[in-house]
Design a binder for this molecule. Sequence first.
Ligand code: ZN
Ligand code: ZN
Length: 333
Amino acid sequence: MILNRVFRDNSMRNFLACFTLVLFSSSSLWAQLKVSFVDVGQGDAIFIEFPGGKTALIDGGNSGVLIDNFLKAKGVTKIDYVALTHPHSDHYRGLKKVFENYEVDHYYDTRAENVDAAGDNNLRDLAEQEPGCTTHYPKPGDILNWDPKVTVKVFNACWQTVQMHDNDETNNCSLVIRLYYNGNGVLLTGDANSELEAEMLSHFKSGLQSNILKVGHHGSRTSTSDAFLARVRPDHAIISVGATNKYGHPHIEAINRLTNAGARIYLTTAGTQILTIPPPDKSAPGPGIPTVTTEPSVTAAPKFVPLALTLPAAAPQAGDLVSLDQLLDTVAK
Ligand SMILES: [Zn+2]
Ligand SMILES: [Zn+2]
C-alpha cells in the first residue's frame, strides 16, 4: 500500500513538473510578431522580429547608414535571415553594410542579375564570404521555415538565372512573401507592379488576402491595381518612400485606389512604421488586433509629421501628378 502511494505521489509530481514545463515553454514561444518598416528614405528595409526569437531583414535601403543606425539602436548583432527582393540599389545597397557589421546565417536571393549594375553581384560576393551563411533561392509556393508559429509563404521569386536590363522586368522579379500569424496576413511585395500582381492573382487565390500590405514599388501608379486590392483586402497599407523623391512617389493614383479600398495609409516619411501583432489570447477568441506605431523620422524635414495619411474626399483627382509635398499639403487642408 505504502509503496503504491509513494509511486502515485511521485507520478503526480512528475506529471505536474511536466505540465508546468509545457506551460512555461509554450508561453515563452507565444510572443508577438513585430515588423518594422524602417525609415531609410527612398527604398525598402523591413526588419522582422518573430515570436520564437529569430529575426529577418528584407532589403536594406539605398544606403547602409540608416539601416545600420536602426539595427544598432536595437542592439542587434546577428540576423538569422536576410533577403534581397530584387537587384535594384534602393534595396541592395544597404545590405552590404549589414553583411559587414552583423552576423548573418541565411541569405535569400533571386537569380536575376541587374546587368547595368555591379553592386548586386558585390553583395552576392559578400554573402558568399560570410562565415557560416547559406544562400537560398526560394521558388513561388515555397514555405520558409523562419518561425514555428508564423507561416511565411513565397508568392513570387526569380529562381532561374535571368539577365535584366529593364527596370519593370527587374521589379517584377521581386521576392513577394506573406507572413501569417494569429489571424493576420502581412503581404510584402517588394517593387512588384500590376503585371506581376495579375500573375499572382491567377496562381494564388484567397491565399493572397492580407489585412496588412506593404505597398508595391513605393506607391507607384504602376502598382497596386484595383483587382489586386480586391483580392488582398488590406486594412493597413504601408508605403516605404523618401520625402521629395525624384519619382514623385507615392503617386496619387495608387493613394486613391488604396483609399477607395478602405485601407489606412502609413508613410515611412513620417518615420519608421512598427506593426505589432499580439500572440493569441484564449480569453479573446478571433484574430489578434494589429497596431501600427511610428518612431520619429530620422530622414524627414519637420513638416513631414503626419503619423498616418488618410485622404479626405476632396483629394486630387487621378491623373494629377503630385509630389509628396503637394499630397501632404492637400491632406493638411
Ligand atoms: Zn525600389
Ligand atoms: Zn525596383
